[in-house]
Design a binder for this molecule. Structure first.
Ligand SMILES: Cc1cc2nc3c(=O)[nH]c(=O)nc-3n(C[C@H](O)[C@H](O)[C@H](O)COP(=O)(O)OP(=O)(O)OC[C@H]3O[C@@H](n4cnc5c(N)ncnc54)[C@H](O)[C@@H]3O)c2cc1C
Length: 438
């Protein structure tokens, strides 16, 4: 008699309901595979989540997406999100208030749209524009690749980038994309972002500004997609231990334990280390996680009376604490609400929240006199917003030494810095690896 092999359906646990865990769950749902997703907090979304404050809908941090976020956009579409309604798409326009403006051409193909924008930019001398164009041309010729990674400030100095260009273009882009000061930022990762957003297609450099809070934009649609495939999404469910034996994995949550054939660990890096510290096969992974360090992001919300709109929904500022001011009113209809982003470590961390908000309000008022006295402010400090994206840094792979055990998260190996897109890509990759090796 012929023996018949019985292939059991994988029983999958996902630990963590941020962008990475939810992307993994939604991707598995596309293949009809339900999961059990454990989320420690009472809401999904992790570092990209909405919150209520004084009748307003805010986020734990102002987020900006790019047209180059392929996987995130694909995932949102397959979860039923209407992109035109959910995101305000703005052809690239970088404004450093009163000093510099780069507006990408709306007609030319990439990368000419950026090159012509640089050529016509305001605030740079002819020599500085030529220097920027030569630099972009060299990057393109090299395929945006470098032999050895090095800090971005050193790389820019070697390529003789003028001080004004660094101050108004490269440094703000580095802080926005890598959330890491240029003196310790990875040139390789920075160039990956430039390559994808500046040189592939014109739409890739578009700024995509959420028109809803982040939970409505991302977490809820992805969770709903997973639920439709029969997944259980468990909130207030912190996993306290993960053990394994020859049959699979045991996931402990409160007083209960459940058995799974596969686990995707999708917490942030610093939580992941604690959950796998006692698993002997994962000691190498733990030491990579322990080697990461983190950078903060501060978001300051200010509510002004009336509707004192900014001239453009997103405006950069240099020379003070404010890096970007975003006009939430023009995006989601919450009139007079401005969010200010301050990325990476800096002197703002020494201020009390009250002093920081006052300083921010002062800088805004100086740049935009219509922003007089805010009615209220709210400072949200995410102390470990992202890992420091350092040159040549080690990032753990999604597969581990333990068969059936995967790591998802913005910190895992990939071309992108800690971003929504990096997190989503890692989750999708885990889901596909799992489906290929059931
Ligand atoms: C203020 C701020 C601004 C940012 N701005 C941008 C931006 O403009 N553009 C951009 O692309 N990216 C931005 N990012 C980065 C982006 O938010 C993150 O890269 C992304 O959200 C990370 O997703 P993740 O799933 O990897 O991790 P997380 O979002 O950290 O998700 C991990 C989840 O695991 C849960 N968890 C932890 N421990 C356990 C446990 N024991 N059991 C169960 N669940 C657990 C957590 O509660 C959390 O929900 C920003 C981040 C911050 C903080």
């Amino acid at each position: 008699m012929e023996s018949v092999g019985i292939q059991l359906k994988p029983r999958v646990a996902i630990v963590g309901g941020g962008c990475a865990g939810l992307a993994a769950a939604a991707e598995l749902a596309e293949s009809g595979l339900p999961v059990t997703l454990y989320e420690a907090s009472r809401q999904l979304g992790g570092r990209a989540r909405g919150l209520n404050w004084k009748g307003c809908r805010l986020d734990n941090g102002q987020h900006i997406l790019l047209g180059a976020y392929d996987e995130t956009l694909r995932m949102l579409v397959s979860a039923g999100v209407h992109l035109e309604n959910a995101l305000q798409r703005l052809p690239l326009r970088l404004i450093q208030q009163g000093q510099f403006e780069l507006r990408a051409s709306k007609r030319l193909p990439a990368p000419l749209h950026i090159l012509s924008g640089l050529l016509r930019s305001h605030g740079l001398s002819v020599q500085e524009r030529i220097s920027a164009l030569q630099f972009m041309a060299r990057l393109r010729l090299s395929g945006f690749r470098i032999a050895e990674d090095e800090p971005l400030d050193r790389f820019l100095a070697r390529h003789r980038q003028p001080r004004s260009l660094i101050q108004w273009l490269w440094e703000p882009l580095c802080l926005a994309a890598l959330n890491t000061p240029m003196s310790i930022a990875s040139t390789r990762v920075f160039l990956n972002v430039l390559r994808d957003s500046f040189s592939r297609s014109r739409a890739d450099s578009d700024l995509l500004l959420p028109r809803t809070d982040l939970s409505t934009l991302l977490a809820e649609p992805l969770a709903e997609r997973a639920r439709k495939a029969g997944s259980s999404i468990l909130l207030n469910s912190a996993v306290t231990a993960i053990t394994h034996n020859h049959q699979g994995f045991c996931v402990r949550c409160g007083e209960e334990s459940a058995a799974f054939s596969h686990v995707i660990l999708a917490t942030s890096a610093f939580r992941a280390g604690d959950l796998i510290r006692d698993i002997p096969l994962l000691t190498d992974t733990v030491s990579v996680l322990d080697g990461l360090d983190y950078q903060p992001i501060y978001t300051v919300y200010l509510q002004y009376p009336g509707n004192p709109a900014l001239p453009f929904p997103m405006i950069g500022m240099t020379g003070g604490l404010v890096q970007w001011a975003i006009d939430r009113g023009s995006l989601d209809g919450q009139q007079g609400l401005i969010s200010v982003v301050i990325s990476a470590s800096g002197p703002h961390q020494d201020l009390t929240q009250q002093a920081l908000a006052e300083q921010v309000a002062k800088e805004l008022h100086n740049a935009f006199p219509q922003l007089a006295e805010p009615l209220w402010h709210k400072v949200i400090a995410e102390k470990r917003a992202t890992f420091s994206c350092r040159p040549g840094m080690l990032r753990p792979e999604q597969t581990t030494a333990l068969k059936g055990f995967y790591l998802a998260g913005d910190y895992t190996a990939g071309e992108y810095p800690a971003t929504i897109e990096g997190a989503v890509r890692s989750g999708v990759k885990c889901a596909r690896l799992l489906l290929e090796n059931p």
